[in-house]
Design a protein around this ligand. Structure first.
Ligand SMILES: [Zn+2]
Length: 135
């Protein structure tokens, strides 16, 4: 991939990467650590990681991606989920600022259809499909 194309992808996802960095900064203040992997920052562990483990089941998640920043309960989990989360990174690169509104609209649509707003969400099905194919 050309440097210009790579910069465009980072730039297009940058607003959400900045949001991820803001959450990441808070996580780092709670004792989380940061690593660089496959062009992204992975932030895990510490008080932030413990907070994720305490979330009620309905709100529970192990990792979340904002642009090129991925936050998770710990670095082992982040490594295990890297394939899935990097599908979301590609989605941010494709959709830019529209990504989160589009993601939420898909969740709402699935909810209105009586389906699971997470598992049946188009973006999650794409991420799980890619993870399953590579496994
Ligand atoms: Zn996902």
């Amino acid at each position: 991939m050309s440097t210009a194309k790579r910069l465009a992808r980072y730039g297009w996802a940058a607003p959400y990467s900045l949001l991820g960095l803001a959450f990441g900064l808070l996580a780092l203040l709670s004792g989380s650590t940061v690593r660089r992997a496959a062009g992204c920052l992975e932030i895990g562990g510490g008080g932030f990681g413990r907070l994720l483990r305490w979330l009620p089941a309905q709100l529970s998640f192990s990792a979340i991606t904002f642009g090129h920043v991925i936050l998770g309960v710990d670095h082992t989990t982040l490594a295990q989920l890297r394939g899935h989360e990097h599908v979301h990174v590609r989605q941010y690169e494709r959709w830019g600022l529209l990504y989160i509104p589009a993601y939420l609209a898909c969740s709402l649509l699935e909810l209105l259809r009586g389906r699971n707003p997470y598992r049946d969400n188009y973006f999650e099905r794409q991420a799980y499909g890619a993870t399953t194919k590579s496994a």
